[in-house]
Design a protein around this ligand. Structure first.
Ligand code: 6PG
Length: 469
């Protein structure tokens, strides 16, 4: 066998793995891929061109060709496939080698694998990679966590391939154990929230303002030039201008309204519940994917309860479009605020020692939730690293005050038109609840004490109390 002369190995040559590896090779690292599928290996070999890049179907050859300490990343489906690959790798790797899980693994799996591999003196890092296929190819946002010393082994490569904002790489060490995968999971939760909010705004533009798709496209395009500027707004504009292949109609109108999910949004909600941190806008987005999937039931209910809303006269389209822009902006701020509050609590609970400013910084480029707003979020954490909730930051005070009435008006209108706005309304309700000094939950405490003697605290004196109601 030849001398090992490859710098970096990738297991799994699906779209993400292949693109990531091409990106590595473009940065002058000798890159080697492994996949059991001969066609994928052949495709990689063909695409290699002048690069030092090659694929193989043999794990023994793959491991043998990598320079030590070996840097082996896998981009395979989360769950059992990750464990299966690690088991196979253990037959070939040596102590001190580094295994990198770049998929959307559940953080508890990453914790378990960190312990199992540390016992064998194999370095392991769980790394969130965001940006889809294009990001992997041209520069993703990368969220590594786990063994900090091990991260240093691969840091130069990850920095080279990551997206850059003002010259800064969109990769940074997140923290111990599963910190990288946890941050990526919350990234995806925020992604779900933003996507659902945009979908609700689309519904209002379509059903209340009754705009055709090309005009909706123009509106999103113009919003993308201003404070809403973000990857998701940009692609939304493009989606509405896309025609179907076989005719001149809009493709969007042909797409079935059932949204699927791989689970990271649900995991975000589950973990937030476990931590006792409210993230209702992300929860709403997960719920709406569930409701969208119940197409048969929805069609039955639509027959039983036909939409008989009252059409309002004299709606000023320009005013409404501006209010929608403000509403979306405020709802985005609230969604990020929820995600970051979850990260703060998770950091304490799991001892991750997350740095919120660093997270905002590496999310500014490459990832799906990249947005101009993240620079303001970074500033907010720079001003006050311990801020418990972004809604309390001075950075957002004026903007929240400016936009909140727009969201109120939009929601009133949506209610009149029977348009579901679970995410938009949850964002405003979260804000209203957070800024209400005295909520009616004193009653909940009284009820708990009434039927279960669960006791309550008082506002006029210390201690715990029980009343014989
Ligand atoms: C990313 C995306 C990526 C993937 C989502 C899709 O950051 O690049 O989040 O990880 O597209 O996992 O998730 P769903 O299938 O659950 O929508």
């Amino acid at each position: 066998m030849n001398q090992p002369d490859y710098d970096f190995g990738m297991i799994g040559l699906g779209v993400m793995g292949r693109n990531f590896l091409l990106n590595v090779a473009d940065h002058n690292y000798a890159a080697l891929g492994l996949d059991l599928d001969e066609e994928k290996v052949a495709a990689l070999n063909q695409e290699a061109g002048d690069r030092t890049l090659r694929g193989t179907t043999s794990m023994e050859e793959f491991v043998g060709q990598l320079k030590k300490p070996r840097k082996i990343m896998m981009l395979v489906p989360a769950g059992k496939p990750v464990d299966a690959v690690i088991q196979q790798l253990l037959n070939f790797v040596d102590e001190g080698d580094l295994i990198i899980d770049g998929g959307n693994s559940h953080f508890n799996d990453t914790n378990r694998r960190s312990v199992e591999l540390a016992e064998k003196n194999i370095h392991f890092i769980g790394v969130g990679v965001s940006g889809g296929a294009e990001g992997a190819r041209r520069g993703p946002s990368i969220m590594p966590g786990g063994d900090g010393e091990a991260y240093k082994i691969v840091a130069p490569i990850l920095e080279a391939v990551s997206a850059k904002v003002d010259g800064d790489p969109c990769v940074d060490y997140m923290g111990k154990t599963s910190a990288g995968h946890y941050v990526k999971m919350v990234h995806n939760g925020i992604e779900y929230g933003m996507m659902q909010l945009i979908a609700e705004v689309y519904d209002i533009l379509k059903r209340i303002v009754k705009l055709p798709n090309d005009q909706i496209s123009e509106i999103f395009s113009s919003w993308n030039q201003r404070e809403l500027s973000s990857f998701l707004i940009e692609i939304t504009a493009e989606i509405f201008s896309k025609k179907d292949d076989d005719d001149t109609s809009s493709l969007i109108d042909k797409i079935l309204d059932k949204a699927k999910q791989k689970g990271t949004g649900k995991w975000t909600s589950q973990s937030a519940m476990d931590l006792g941190i409210p993230i209702p806008t992300i929860d709403a987005a997960v719920s709406m994917r569930g409701i969208s999937s119940q197409k048969v039931n929805r069609l039955r209910a639509a027959e039983t309860f036909p939409d008989e809303h009252f059409e309002l006269a004299g709606i000023d389209t320009n005013v409404l479009v501006d209010q929608l822009q403000d509403s979306l902006y405020l709802a985005f701020i609230v969604t990020y605020a929820q995600g970051f509050s979850q990260l703060s609590e998770a950091s304490l609970e799991f001892d991750y020692e997350l740095d919120m400013e660093r997270i905002a910084k590496i999310w500014r480029g490459g990832c799906i939730i990249r947005a101009d707003l993240l620079e303001d979020i970074r500033k907010a954490f720079d001003e006050d690293p311990q801020i418990p909730n972004l809604l309390l930051s001075n950075v957002f005070k004026t903007e929240i005050q400016r936009t909140q009435n727009s969201l109120r008006n939009i929601l009133k209108l949506a209610l009149d038109y029977n348009i579901p706005t679970l995410a938009l309304s949850s964002a405003l309700n979260y804000f209203d609840a957070m800024r209400t000094g005295r909520l009616p939950l004193n009653l909940v405490q009284a009820q708990r004490d009434y039927f279960g003697s669960h006791t309550y605290e008082r506002i006029d004196k210390g201690g715990t109390f029980h009343t014989d109601w």
